[in-house]
Write a protein that binds this ligand. Sequence first.
Ligand code: BES
Ligand code: ZN
Ligand code: ZN
Length: 491
Amino acid sequence: MRINITTSDKTLSNTLVFPILKDKKLKNTLSKIAATTGVSIDALVHDFEANNKEIHSFYGAKGENIFLLGLGENPDGNKVIQTCRSFIHHRKEKLAANLSLNLTLGKVAVLVENILTGFFLGTYNINLYQTGAKKAVPLDTKKAQLDVCVKKSDLKSVEKSADRAQKTADTLRKVFDLINQPANKKRPQDMAAYAVKAGKESGFSVRVMQKPEIEKEGLHGLLAVNRGSEDPAVFIVMEYKPKTKKNVKKIALVGKGVTFDTGGLSIKGSTNMHLMKSDMGGSGAVFGAIEMTAKLELPVHLIAVVGATDNSVDALSYKPSDVISSYAGKTIEVIDTDAEGRLTLADGLAYVNKNYKPDVMIDIATLTGSVIRALGYAAGGLFTKNDNLAKSLIDAGTQTGEKLWQLPMWDEYKPMIKSDVADVRNYSGKPIAGSITASKFLEHFVNEHPNWAHVDIAGTSVTANEFGSDRNATGFGVRLLLQFIENYVSK
Ligand code: BES
Ligand code: ZN
Ligand code: ZN
Protein backbone atom coordinates (compact mmCIF):
# COMPACT_ATOMS: atom_id res chain seq x y z
CA MET A 1 0.00 0.00 0.00
CA ARG A 2 1.46 3.33 -1.09
CA ILE A 3 1.49 6.03 1.49
CA ASN A 4 1.05 9.72 0.89
CA ILE A 5 1.70 12.07 3.77
CA THR A 6 -0.13 15.36 3.44
CA THR A 7 -0.93 18.46 5.45
CA SER A 8 -4.20 18.95 3.61
CA ASP A 9 -7.37 17.18 4.68
CA LYS A 10 -8.70 17.30 1.15
CA THR A 11 -7.89 13.78 0.04
CA LEU A 12 -9.31 11.73 -2.77
CA SER A 13 -10.55 9.19 -0.33
CA ASN A 14 -14.15 8.86 0.66
CA THR A 15 -13.21 6.75 3.70
CA LEU A 16 -11.86 8.67 6.65
CA VAL A 17 -10.32 7.03 9.70
CA PHE A 18 -9.73 8.94 12.93
CA PRO A 19 -7.70 7.06 15.57
CA ILE A 20 -8.70 8.64 18.89
CA LEU A 21 -7.17 8.52 22.37
CA LYS A 22 -9.37 8.45 25.42
CA ASP A 23 -8.00 11.55 27.13
CA LYS A 24 -9.10 14.85 28.59
CA LYS A 25 -9.35 16.37 25.13
CA LEU A 26 -11.80 13.80 23.83
CA LYS A 27 -14.77 16.13 23.75
CA ASN A 28 -12.71 18.75 21.98
CA THR A 29 -11.58 16.19 19.40
CA LEU A 30 -15.13 14.99 18.83
CA SER A 31 -16.47 18.50 18.38
CA LYS A 32 -13.91 19.12 15.64
CA ILE A 33 -14.96 15.92 13.93
CA ALA A 34 -18.61 16.89 14.30
CA ALA A 35 -17.91 20.28 12.77
CA THR A 36 -16.01 18.95 9.74
CA THR A 37 -18.36 16.05 9.03
CA GLY A 38 -21.63 17.83 9.71
CA VAL A 39 -22.99 15.45 12.35
CA SER A 40 -24.22 16.44 15.77
CA ILE A 41 -21.68 16.62 18.58
CA ASP A 42 -24.21 15.27 21.08
CA ALA A 43 -24.69 12.16 19.03
CA LEU A 44 -20.93 11.61 18.78
CA VAL A 45 -20.34 12.11 22.49
CA HIS A 46 -23.19 9.73 23.22
CA ASP A 47 -22.04 7.04 20.79
CA PHE A 48 -18.27 7.03 21.21
CA GLU A 49 -16.03 6.89 24.30
CA ALA A 50 -12.72 6.07 22.58
CA ASN A 51 -12.28 2.86 24.57
CA ASN A 52 -9.64 0.52 23.25
CA LYS A 53 -10.87 -1.21 20.06
CA GLU A 54 -14.19 0.66 20.17
CA ILE A 55 -15.30 1.57 16.67
CA HIS A 56 -17.99 4.01 15.67
CA SER A 57 -18.83 4.39 12.01
CA PHE A 58 -21.22 6.80 10.35
CA TYR A 59 -21.74 8.73 7.14
CA GLY A 60 -20.80 12.40 6.99
CA ALA A 61 -22.91 15.13 5.40
CA LYS A 62 -21.12 14.65 2.08
CA GLY A 63 -21.56 10.91 2.18
CA GLU A 64 -18.06 10.22 3.50
CA ASN A 65 -17.61 6.90 5.22
CA ILE A 66 -16.22 7.80 8.63
CA PHE A 67 -14.64 5.55 11.24
CA LEU A 68 -13.72 6.62 14.74
CA LEU A 69 -11.20 4.15 16.08
CA GLY A 70 -10.84 4.10 19.87
CA LEU A 71 -7.29 3.64 21.15
CA GLY A 72 -8.16 3.71 24.86
CA GLU A 73 -6.31 5.47 27.66
CA ASN A 74 -2.49 5.56 27.50
CA PRO A 75 -2.23 2.50 25.26
CA ASP A 76 1.20 0.87 24.97
CA GLY A 77 2.76 0.31 21.55
CA ASN A 78 1.48 -3.21 21.23
CA LYS A 79 -2.09 -2.13 21.99
CA VAL A 80 -1.98 0.57 19.33
CA ILE A 81 -0.67 -1.90 16.75
CA GLN A 82 -3.26 -4.51 17.76
CA THR A 83 -6.14 -2.05 17.60
CA CYS A 84 -5.22 -0.75 14.18
CA ARG A 85 -4.42 -4.08 12.64
CA SER A 86 -7.62 -5.64 13.90
CA PHE A 87 -9.62 -2.67 12.55
CA ILE A 88 -8.17 -3.21 9.08
CA HIS A 89 -8.24 -6.98 9.26
CA HIS A 90 -11.93 -7.26 10.03
CA ARG A 91 -12.90 -4.99 7.11
CA LYS A 92 -10.16 -5.71 4.63
CA GLU A 93 -12.50 -6.95 1.93
CA LYS A 94 -14.89 -4.02 2.33
CA LEU A 95 -12.55 -1.08 2.80
CA ALA A 96 -11.80 0.96 -0.31
CA ALA A 97 -8.34 0.93 -1.88
CA ASN A 98 -7.92 4.56 -0.91
CA LEU A 99 -8.12 5.41 2.79
CA SER A 100 -7.53 8.66 4.53
CA LEU A 101 -6.00 8.47 7.99
CA ASN A 102 -6.45 11.65 9.98
CA LEU A 103 -3.78 12.33 12.61
CA THR A 104 -4.39 16.04 13.10
CA LEU A 105 -6.57 15.82 16.21
CA GLY A 106 -5.43 15.47 19.83
CA LYS A 107 -2.12 13.75 20.52
CA VAL A 108 -2.35 10.79 18.15
CA ALA A 109 0.48 11.96 15.88
CA VAL A 110 3.11 10.67 18.33
CA LEU A 111 1.63 7.18 17.91
CA VAL A 112 1.93 7.26 14.14
CA GLU A 113 4.63 4.61 13.87
CA ASN A 114 2.53 2.03 15.69
CA ILE A 115 -0.71 3.14 14.04
CA LEU A 116 0.82 2.64 10.61
CA THR A 117 2.53 -0.61 11.58
CA GLY A 118 -0.93 -1.84 12.59
CA PHE A 119 -2.47 -0.68 9.32
CA PHE A 120 0.24 -2.40 7.27
CA LEU A 121 -0.09 -5.63 9.27
CA GLY A 122 -3.88 -5.62 9.04
CA THR A 123 -4.05 -7.29 5.64
CA TYR A 124 -1.80 -10.17 6.76
CA ASN A 125 -3.33 -13.46 5.79
CA ILE A 126 -2.63 -16.73 7.56
CA ASN A 127 -4.48 -18.95 5.06
CA LEU A 128 -1.33 -19.81 3.12
CA TYR A 129 -2.49 -23.21 2.00
CA GLN A 130 -6.18 -22.78 1.34
CA THR A 131 -6.98 -23.65 -2.24
CA GLY A 132 -10.33 -21.90 -2.81
CA ALA A 133 -10.62 -18.54 -4.54
CA LYS A 134 -9.39 -15.73 -2.30
CA LYS A 135 -11.61 -12.70 -1.71
CA ALA A 136 -10.12 -9.55 -3.17
CA VAL A 137 -8.53 -7.14 -0.71
CA PRO A 138 -8.58 -3.64 -2.27
CA LEU A 139 -5.86 -2.45 0.12
CA ASP A 140 -3.51 -5.13 -1.22
CA THR A 141 -3.81 -3.99 -4.84
CA LYS A 142 -1.32 -1.81 -6.74
CA LYS A 143 -3.56 1.23 -6.68
CA ALA A 144 -4.01 1.09 -2.92
CA GLN A 145 -3.11 4.34 -1.23
CA LEU A 146 -3.18 5.56 2.32
CA ASP A 147 -3.36 9.34 2.69
CA VAL A 148 -1.99 10.33 6.08
CA CYS A 149 -3.20 13.78 7.06
CA VAL A 150 -0.97 15.52 9.60
CA LYS A 151 -0.32 18.96 11.04
CA LYS A 152 2.49 20.90 9.37
CA SER A 153 4.58 20.74 12.54
CA ASP A 154 4.38 16.91 12.54
CA LEU A 155 5.30 16.42 8.89
CA LYS A 156 9.02 15.61 9.28
CA SER A 157 8.61 13.23 12.20
CA VAL A 158 5.67 11.47 10.57
CA GLU A 159 7.67 10.88 7.39
CA LYS A 160 10.39 9.21 9.43
CA SER A 161 7.90 7.16 11.44
CA ALA A 162 6.09 6.04 8.30
CA ASP A 163 9.32 4.70 6.86
CA ARG A 164 10.06 2.80 10.05
CA ALA A 165 6.51 1.44 10.17
CA GLN A 166 6.82 0.15 6.62
CA LYS A 167 10.11 -1.58 7.43
CA THR A 168 8.76 -3.03 10.67
CA ALA A 169 5.60 -4.35 9.05
CA ASP A 170 7.47 -5.88 6.08
CA THR A 171 9.84 -7.60 8.48
CA LEU A 172 7.10 -8.80 10.82
CA ARG A 173 4.97 -10.21 8.00
CA LYS A 174 7.87 -12.40 6.91
CA VAL A 175 8.56 -13.45 10.50
CA PHE A 176 4.85 -14.31 10.94
CA ASP A 177 4.96 -16.46 7.82
CA LEU A 178 8.05 -18.29 9.05
CA ILE A 179 6.70 -18.94 12.54
CA ASN A 180 3.29 -20.02 11.18
CA GLN A 181 4.80 -22.31 8.57
CA PRO A 182 3.97 -26.00 9.22
CA ALA A 183 6.75 -28.36 10.18
CA ASN A 184 6.84 -30.14 6.79
CA LYS A 185 7.54 -26.82 5.07
CA LYS A 186 9.99 -25.56 7.66
CA ARG A 187 13.02 -27.80 7.68
CA PRO A 188 16.38 -26.56 9.01
CA GLN A 189 17.44 -25.85 5.40
CA ASP A 190 14.38 -23.61 4.98
CA MET A 191 15.45 -21.65 8.06
CA ALA A 192 18.90 -21.23 6.51
CA ALA A 193 17.39 -20.13 3.19
CA TYR A 194 15.24 -17.59 5.02
CA ALA A 195 18.30 -16.08 6.71
CA VAL A 196 20.35 -16.02 3.50
CA LYS A 197 17.56 -14.26 1.61
CA ALA A 198 16.93 -11.73 4.37
CA GLY A 199 20.65 -11.03 4.59
CA LYS A 200 20.90 -10.39 0.85
CA GLU A 201 17.84 -8.14 0.83
CA SER A 202 18.59 -6.13 3.94
CA GLY A 203 22.37 -6.05 4.10
CA PHE A 204 23.83 -8.48 6.63
CA SER A 205 26.15 -11.44 6.09
CA VAL A 206 25.01 -15.00 6.66
CA ARG A 207 27.16 -18.08 7.08
CA VAL A 208 25.38 -21.43 7.17
CA MET A 209 27.26 -24.32 8.75
CA GLN A 210 26.11 -27.70 7.49
CA LYS A 211 26.33 -30.87 9.57
CA PRO A 212 29.96 -31.83 8.79
CA GLU A 213 31.10 -28.39 9.89
CA ILE A 214 28.84 -28.49 12.96
CA GLU A 215 30.53 -31.78 13.87
CA LYS A 216 33.96 -30.32 13.29
CA GLU A 217 33.14 -27.29 15.46
CA GLY A 218 31.84 -29.60 18.18
CA LEU A 219 28.33 -28.23 18.64
CA HIS A 220 27.37 -31.41 20.48
CA GLY A 221 24.20 -30.06 22.11
CA LEU A 222 22.67 -29.22 18.74
CA LEU A 223 23.87 -32.55 17.32
CA ALA A 224 22.31 -34.54 20.19
CA VAL A 225 18.88 -33.01 19.57
CA ASN A 226 19.31 -33.59 15.84
CA ARG A 227 20.11 -37.30 16.19
CA GLY A 228 16.51 -38.46 15.78
CA SER A 229 15.84 -36.27 12.79
CA GLU A 230 15.55 -37.03 9.10
CA ASP A 231 16.98 -33.57 8.36
CA PRO A 232 20.51 -32.55 9.25
CA ALA A 233 20.82 -29.56 11.57
CA VAL A 234 22.16 -26.22 10.39
CA PHE A 235 23.96 -23.58 12.42
CA ILE A 236 23.31 -20.09 11.08
CA VAL A 237 25.69 -17.24 11.90
CA MET A 238 24.49 -13.77 10.88
CA GLU A 239 26.51 -10.61 11.22
CA TYR A 240 25.76 -6.96 10.64
CA LYS A 241 28.34 -4.17 10.80
CA PRO A 242 27.78 -0.51 9.97
CA LYS A 243 29.44 0.54 6.71
CA THR A 244 31.58 3.37 7.99
CA LYS A 245 31.31 3.77 11.75
CA LYS A 246 34.08 1.98 13.69
CA ASN A 247 34.42 1.18 17.40
CA VAL A 248 30.79 0.34 17.88
CA LYS A 249 29.34 -1.89 20.61
CA LYS A 250 29.06 -5.60 19.91
CA ILE A 251 25.75 -7.28 20.69
CA ALA A 252 25.12 -11.00 20.25
CA LEU A 253 21.69 -12.59 19.93
CA VAL A 254 20.95 -16.31 20.12
CA GLY A 255 17.55 -17.64 19.06
CA LYS A 256 16.02 -21.06 19.69
CA GLY A 257 15.40 -22.62 16.30
CA VAL A 258 13.63 -25.91 17.00
CA THR A 259 11.55 -26.36 13.86
CA PHE A 260 9.30 -28.94 15.50
CA ASP A 261 9.42 -30.24 19.07
CA THR A 262 7.83 -33.67 19.50
CA GLY A 263 9.61 -33.91 22.86
CA GLY A 264 11.79 -36.68 21.43
CA LEU A 265 11.62 -39.99 23.32
CA SER A 266 10.22 -38.07 26.31
CA ILE A 267 7.38 -37.52 23.89
CA LYS A 268 4.77 -34.82 24.37
CA GLY A 269 1.03 -35.46 24.60
CA SER A 270 -0.81 -35.00 21.33
CA THR A 271 -3.27 -32.30 22.44
CA ASN A 272 -1.22 -29.28 21.54
CA MET A 273 1.72 -30.87 19.83
CA HIS A 274 0.89 -29.20 16.52
CA LEU A 275 1.77 -25.85 18.10
CA MET A 276 5.34 -27.04 18.41
CA LYS A 277 5.84 -26.01 14.79
CA SER A 278 6.41 -22.60 16.37
CA ASP A 279 9.19 -23.73 18.68
CA MET A 280 11.49 -21.56 16.59
CA GLY A 281 9.81 -18.31 17.72
CA GLY A 282 13.06 -17.16 19.34
CA SER A 283 14.90 -17.48 16.06
CA GLY A 284 12.05 -15.58 14.35
CA ALA A 285 12.66 -12.73 16.82
CA VAL A 286 16.39 -12.83 16.14
CA PHE A 287 15.94 -12.92 12.33
CA GLY A 288 13.59 -9.94 12.55
CA ALA A 289 15.84 -7.97 14.90
CA ILE A 290 18.93 -8.27 12.71
CA GLU A 291 16.90 -7.49 9.59
CA MET A 292 15.55 -4.29 11.18
CA THR A 293 19.00 -3.33 12.50
CA ALA A 294 20.42 -3.65 8.97
CA LYS A 295 17.51 -1.83 7.34
CA LEU A 296 17.88 1.07 9.78
CA GLU A 297 21.69 0.93 9.45
CA LEU A 298 22.12 1.22 13.20
CA PRO A 299 25.60 1.97 14.60
CA VAL A 300 26.16 -1.44 16.18
CA HIS A 301 28.00 -4.66 15.45
CA LEU A 302 25.29 -7.28 15.73
CA ILE A 303 25.87 -11.02 15.67
CA ALA A 304 22.90 -13.38 15.62
CA VAL A 305 23.09 -17.16 15.72
CA VAL A 306 20.49 -19.88 15.35
CA GLY A 307 20.97 -23.63 15.62
CA ALA A 308 18.09 -25.16 13.67
CA THR A 309 16.83 -28.71 14.03
CA ASP A 310 13.65 -30.55 14.83
CA ASN A 311 13.37 -32.77 17.91
CA SER A 312 12.05 -36.08 16.66
CA VAL A 313 11.62 -39.72 17.58
CA ASP A 314 13.73 -42.39 15.93
CA ALA A 315 15.92 -45.36 16.78
CA LEU A 316 18.82 -42.94 16.64
CA SER A 317 17.21 -40.37 18.95
CA TYR A 318 19.17 -39.28 22.00
CA LYS A 319 17.85 -40.89 25.15
CA PRO A 320 17.16 -39.94 28.73
CA SER A 321 20.32 -40.91 30.67
CA ASP A 322 22.61 -40.12 27.72
CA VAL A 323 25.64 -38.08 28.64
CA ILE A 324 26.57 -35.70 25.88
CA SER A 325 29.28 -33.12 25.40
CA SER A 326 28.80 -29.49 24.38
CA TYR A 327 30.56 -26.71 22.49
CA ALA A 328 31.78 -25.33 25.82
CA GLY A 329 33.27 -28.73 26.66
CA LYS A 330 31.01 -29.32 29.65
CA THR A 331 29.23 -32.67 29.90
CA ILE A 332 25.45 -32.84 30.16
CA GLU A 333 23.28 -35.64 31.52
CA VAL A 334 20.06 -35.76 29.53
CA ILE A 335 17.19 -36.41 31.94
CA ASP A 336 14.42 -35.38 29.58
CA THR A 337 14.74 -35.14 25.79
CA ASP A 338 11.93 -32.56 25.80
CA ALA A 339 14.31 -30.10 27.46
CA GLU A 340 16.04 -29.81 24.09
CA GLY A 341 16.00 -26.06 23.48
CA ARG A 342 18.50 -25.41 26.25
CA LEU A 343 20.96 -27.85 24.65
CA THR A 344 20.90 -25.96 21.36
CA LEU A 345 21.05 -22.58 23.14
CA ALA A 346 23.96 -23.67 25.32
CA ASP A 347 26.00 -24.25 22.16
CA GLY A 348 24.84 -21.02 20.53
CA LEU A 349 25.72 -18.95 23.60
CA ALA A 350 29.11 -20.62 24.08
CA TYR A 351 29.84 -20.19 20.37
CA VAL A 352 29.17 -16.45 20.14
CA ASN A 353 30.84 -15.80 23.45
CA LYS A 354 34.06 -17.56 22.46
CA ASN A 355 34.26 -16.40 18.85
CA TYR A 356 32.96 -12.82 19.08
CA LYS A 357 33.47 -11.73 22.71
CA PRO A 358 30.34 -9.56 22.63
CA ASP A 359 29.72 -6.67 25.05
CA VAL A 360 26.25 -8.02 25.67
CA MET A 361 24.64 -11.37 24.93
CA ILE A 362 20.91 -12.11 24.83
CA ASP A 363 19.21 -15.38 24.06
CA ILE A 364 15.50 -15.62 23.31
CA ALA A 365 13.52 -18.83 23.20
CA THR A 366 10.18 -20.59 23.53
CA LEU A 367 11.92 -22.48 26.29
CA THR A 368 9.50 -23.66 28.97
CA GLY A 369 5.85 -24.40 29.67
CA SER A 370 6.79 -23.30 33.17
CA VAL A 371 7.09 -19.63 32.18
CA ILE A 372 3.50 -19.81 30.94
CA ARG A 373 2.39 -21.17 34.30
CA ALA A 374 4.20 -18.27 36.00
CA LEU A 375 3.30 -15.32 33.74
CA GLY A 376 0.58 -16.51 31.39
CA TYR A 377 0.47 -14.88 27.99
CA ALA A 378 0.97 -11.28 29.08
CA ALA A 379 4.75 -11.04 29.40
CA GLY A 380 7.96 -12.82 28.55
CA GLY A 381 10.17 -14.11 31.38
CA LEU A 382 13.47 -12.31 31.91
CA PHE A 383 16.47 -13.91 33.56
CA THR A 384 19.75 -12.17 34.30
CA LYS A 385 22.00 -11.40 37.25
CA ASN A 386 22.85 -8.01 35.76
CA ASP A 387 20.49 -5.36 37.15
CA ASN A 388 21.39 -2.74 34.55
CA LEU A 389 20.77 -5.12 31.70
CA ALA A 390 17.49 -6.20 33.32
CA LYS A 391 16.38 -2.60 33.53
CA SER A 392 17.32 -1.88 29.92
CA LEU A 393 15.37 -4.88 28.67
CA ILE A 394 12.35 -4.18 30.89
CA ASP A 395 12.36 -0.56 29.68
CA ALA A 396 12.50 -1.68 26.05
CA GLY A 397 9.52 -3.91 26.87
CA THR A 398 7.56 -1.04 28.34
CA GLN A 399 8.38 1.18 25.37
CA THR A 400 7.24 -1.39 22.82
CA GLY A 401 4.48 -3.07 24.79
CA GLU A 402 6.33 -6.38 24.46
CA LYS A 403 6.53 -6.68 28.20
CA LEU A 404 9.09 -8.59 30.24
CA TRP A 405 8.90 -9.67 33.86
CA GLN A 406 12.02 -10.63 35.75
CA LEU A 407 12.26 -13.93 37.61
CA PRO A 408 15.11 -14.78 39.98
CA MET A 409 18.38 -16.45 39.06
CA TRP A 410 19.53 -17.04 42.63
CA ASP A 411 22.06 -19.78 43.27
CA GLU A 412 19.58 -21.49 45.58
CA TYR A 413 18.24 -23.07 42.38
CA LYS A 414 21.60 -24.32 41.19
CA PRO A 415 21.67 -27.68 43.06
CA MET A 416 18.41 -28.68 41.35
CA ILE A 417 20.26 -29.39 38.10
CA LYS A 418 23.37 -30.96 39.63
CA SER A 419 24.16 -34.30 38.02
CA ASP A 420 25.74 -37.34 39.71
CA VAL A 421 27.57 -38.37 36.57
CA ALA A 422 28.09 -35.25 34.43
CA ASP A 423 28.82 -31.55 34.92
CA VAL A 424 25.14 -30.64 34.79
CA ARG A 425 21.78 -32.22 33.94
CA ASN A 426 19.19 -30.75 31.61
CA TYR A 427 16.17 -31.10 33.90
CA SER A 428 15.67 -31.13 37.66
CA GLY A 429 13.15 -33.95 37.48
CA LYS A 430 10.67 -31.87 39.49
CA PRO A 431 7.74 -29.88 38.10
CA ILE A 432 8.72 -26.72 39.96
CA ALA A 433 10.61 -23.53 39.03
CA GLY A 434 11.11 -24.95 35.53
CA SER A 435 11.83 -21.67 33.75
CA ILE A 436 14.33 -20.68 36.45
CA THR A 437 16.22 -23.98 36.39
CA ALA A 438 16.32 -23.74 32.59
CA SER A 439 18.09 -20.39 32.89
CA LYS A 440 20.39 -21.80 35.57
CA PHE A 441 21.28 -24.51 33.07
CA LEU A 442 22.14 -21.92 30.40
CA GLU A 443 24.26 -20.04 32.93
CA HIS A 444 26.72 -22.95 32.87
CA PHE A 445 27.52 -22.13 29.24
CA VAL A 446 28.06 -18.36 29.24
CA ASN A 447 31.45 -18.52 30.96
CA GLU A 448 30.37 -15.94 33.55
CA HIS A 449 29.73 -13.30 30.91
CA PRO A 450 28.78 -10.23 32.97
CA ASN A 451 26.20 -8.96 30.47
CA TRP A 452 24.03 -11.92 29.59
CA ALA A 453 20.23 -12.19 29.69
CA HIS A 454 17.83 -14.97 28.78
CA VAL A 455 14.29 -14.23 27.58
CA ASP A 456 11.65 -16.98 27.68
CA ILE A 457 8.86 -16.28 25.19
CA ALA A 458 6.97 -19.60 25.36
CA GLY A 459 3.84 -17.70 26.44
CA THR A 460 4.08 -14.72 24.12
CA SER A 461 5.43 -16.00 20.81
CA VAL A 462 2.08 -17.27 19.58
CA THR A 463 -1.46 -16.27 20.49
CA ALA A 464 -5.00 -16.64 19.18
CA ASN A 465 -6.01 -13.37 17.53
CA GLU A 466 -7.90 -11.87 14.59
CA PHE A 467 -5.65 -13.72 12.14
CA GLY A 468 -6.66 -17.14 13.44
CA SER A 469 -8.49 -19.01 16.17
CA ASP A 470 -5.50 -21.26 16.73
CA ARG A 471 -2.40 -19.73 18.28
CA ASN A 472 -0.28 -18.03 15.62
CA ALA A 473 2.77 -15.81 15.44
CA THR A 474 2.97 -12.49 17.30
CA GLY A 475 6.52 -11.69 16.26
CA PHE A 476 7.19 -11.03 19.98
CA GLY A 477 10.81 -10.04 20.43
CA VAL A 478 11.44 -8.31 17.11
CA ARG A 479 10.40 -4.84 18.25
CA LEU A 480 11.63 -5.49 21.79
CA LEU A 481 15.15 -6.44 20.71
CA LEU A 482 15.29 -3.61 18.19
CA GLN A 483 14.28 -1.10 20.86
CA PHE A 484 16.85 -2.54 23.25
CA ILE A 485 19.58 -2.25 20.60
CA GLU A 486 18.62 1.32 19.70
CA ASN A 487 18.62 2.36 23.37
CA TYR A 488 21.89 0.56 24.04
CA VAL A 489 23.81 2.19 21.21
CA SER A 490 22.44 5.68 21.88
CA LYS A 491 23.62 5.66 25.49
N1 BES B 1 9.23 -26.09 23.48
C1 BES B 1 8.97 -26.45 24.81
C2 BES B 1 8.43 -25.31 25.67
C3 BES B 1 7.07 -24.77 25.29
C4 BES B 1 5.93 -25.22 25.91
C5 BES B 1 6.95 -23.77 24.34
C6 BES B 1 4.69 -24.70 25.57
C7 BES B 1 5.71 -23.24 23.99
C8 BES B 1 4.58 -23.71 24.62
C9 BES B 1 10.22 -26.95 25.49
O1 BES B 1 11.17 -27.56 24.68
C10 BES B 1 9.78 -27.99 26.48
O2 BES B 1 9.26 -28.97 26.07
N2 BES B 1 9.99 -27.71 27.76
C11 BES B 1 9.61 -28.60 28.80
C12 BES B 1 10.84 -28.82 29.63
C13 BES B 1 10.72 -29.89 30.66
C14 BES B 1 10.62 -31.24 30.03
C15 BES B 1 11.95 -29.83 31.50
C16 BES B 1 8.51 -27.93 29.60
O3 BES B 1 8.60 -26.72 29.84
O4 BES B 1 7.56 -28.60 29.94
ZN1 ZN C 1 10.82 -29.62 24.37
ZN1 ZN D 1 11.11 -26.94 22.65
